[in-house]
Write a protein that binds this ligand. Structure first.
Ligand code: NAP
Length: 245
């Protein structure tokens, strides 16, 4: 890569919103590295991106295997010496979004959900932060969800009132807290940290009834990953609109 070209790391980049985010960033001339659990799926996604003229590659990343986090660090340290953009996109939802379960959810579901959606994000971000500090204008995007918005859950006639699967929702609320805390800690640096609600998107997770097409699903992440120097930090956004925490 030439030294001016930005490089981005997108976790869970082989399909869904992550792949669309890689595509969107790649179209802007940013080199994209996707984090993938399965090398074959990674190769397929990289081939699709390269077919569109995007400078793309894949590296092994599994949110449940912290040894892969260090390998990601080593890759960026040796190949680029910095990381301009980190998109913490990989996420899981183990239950039915519309099956309220605060009184019944198992410890197993809670812990597995938080492991991927929350703990892994913090651990990976902490490991990569020294490289993000080396970039002139580091950007960190945490893929949250409107389902993590307590303000929206509690609003009268809330549009998300029926969606009360607590493990997923609480993991995204916690992730939002991390966004606020990390952004505050980095306020004196050029690094911006924001939470994204991509929309309810037709992916494997979002399902076929989601109103938003996959082609639009990466737009919020791309926007937050490429914010200008006077852009916001420590916020929660969907397509440029601020959301309540
Ligand atoms: P998706 O279609 O289910 O794709 C999830 C991606 O995450 C896949 O690449 C998957 O890899 C990866 N992943 C899952 N578990 C992982 C693990 N343990 N380690 C590493 N990667 C893992 O989901 P999506 O709809 O694109 O969602 C992307 C993000 O947006 C998630 O954080 C989600 O919570 C959030 N979001 C989605 C919606 C929506 O409507 N779709 C709405 C709000 C927020 P494999 O292919 O190997 O499984």
């Amino acid at each position: 890569m030439n030294t001016q070209q930005k490089v981005a790391f997108i976790t869970g980049g082989n399909r869904g919103i992550g792949l669309e985010t890689a595509r969107g960033l790649g179209r802007l001339g940013i080199e994209v590295v996707i984090g993938v659990r399965d090398p074959d799926k990674g190769e397929e996604a990289v081939a699709a991106l390269r077919n569109e003229g995007i400078h793309a590659s894949a590296i092994g990343f599994d949110a449940t295997k912290p040894a892969t986090f260090q390998a990601v660090y080593d890759h960026f340290a040796s190949q680029y010496g910095r990381l301009d953009i980190l998109v913490n996109n990989a996420g899981i939802a183990l239950g039915d979004f519309f099956a309220p379960n605060a009184s019944t959810v198992s410890q197993d579901v809670l812990r597995r959900t938080f492991d991927v959606n929350f703990f892994a994000v913090i651990e990976l971000t902490q490991i990569l932060l020294p490289l993000i500090r080396q970039a002139p204008a580091g950007r960190i995007v945490n893929l949250s969800s409107i389902l993590g918005s307590l303000g929206t859950h509690c609003a009268p006639d809330s549009p998300i009132a029926p969606a009360k699967e607590v493990a997923y929702n609480a993991s995204k609320t916690a992730l939002n807290a991390y966004t606020v805390h990390l952004a505050a800690e980095l306020a004196d640096t050029p690094i911006k940290v924001n939470s994204a609600h991509p929309g309810w998107v037709k992916t494997d997770m979002g399902g076929p009834n989601a109103p938003m097409d996959i082609a639009d699903g990466g737009k919020t992440s791309v926007q937050l990953a490429t914010l200008p120097a006077d852009g916001p930090t420590g916020g929660f956004f969907h397509m440029g609109e601020a959301l309540p925490w």
